[in-house]
Design a protein around this ligand. Structure first.
Ligand code: U5P
Length: 215
């Protein structure tokens, strides 16, 4: 993903019309659009084909299954035109390897969740986040997902993954995190949803976050 604005839009609206309107409004300010279950279950995977005309798409399906099922999911997502996919890591190295293999065939990116951004994200993830980050490096993932709600954890995870892998970081705005703080802590991109798509002016909201990050 080309680093221009350091902002990824989490497009968790559930209908096509709003999705396309918001995506078009903020396209100057975002490097990518993240879609997940809310939008894809609402409108089908074909929405990805439409959104890639506006910006590169990352599919946040937090893939977490056996290697064969993971492979099938990744193939669908990349055939639809997504430039990247978010996977879990707790399912183990063989499952992650399967996703990375498909991504390499398509020339796309795999981002692995390390520790989630919501309060419950510390309950089970905290003790394994570093191990998952190391595994992401060893498996040849493109990057990891780490919490903007805990910039100190982004710092810890950056130390483990080094400079080659990217950190994409959700939790800014609605979840309480600060874009500037988490970029300072070592994130490459922030992922922002509600603060942008629920705003009366998504473009202004996106611009404000970009300004905070000096991009
Ligand atoms: N997301 C998180 N935290 C994680 C991993 C993913 O918030 O640890 C996703 C959410 O599913 C949502 C987006 O799509 O990032 C954040 O949205 P918002 O809180 O900015 O509305």
């Amino acid at each position: 993903m080309e680093k221009k604005n350091r902002l990824i839009l989490a497009l968790d609206v559930t209908d096509r019309e709003n999705a396309l309107r918001i995506a078009n409004e903020v396209s100057d300010y975002v490097d990518s659009i993240k879609v997940g279950y809310p939008l894809v279950l609402g409108e089908g995977l074909s929405i990805v084909k439409e959104l890639v005309e506006i910006a590169p798409v990352i599919a946040d399906f937090k893939v977490a299954d056996i290697p064969n099922t993971d492979r099938l999911i990744c193939e669908h997502v990349f055939n639809a035109g997504a430039a990247g996919i978010i996977t879990h890591g707790f399912t183990g190295r063989d499952s992650l390897d399967s996703c990375v293999k498909v991504a390499n065939e398509f020339g796309t990116d795999v981002y692995v969740v390390t520790e989630m951004s919501h309060p419950g994200g510390v309950e089970f993830f905290r003790p394994v986040a570093e191990d998952i980050a190391s595994m992401a490096v060893e498996a040849g993932a493109s990057g990891v997902v780490a919490p903007a709600t805990r910039p100190e954890r982004v710092k810890d995870i950056r130390k483990i993954i080094g400079e080659e892998l990217s950190i994409i970081s959700p939790g800014v705005g609605a979840q309480g995190g600060s874009a500037a703080d988490v970029i300072r802590a070592g994130a490459d991109w922030v992922i922002v949803g509600r603060s942008i798509y629920n705003s009366d002016s998504p473009a202004e909201a996106a611009k404000k976050i970009c300004d905070e990050m000096n991009c």
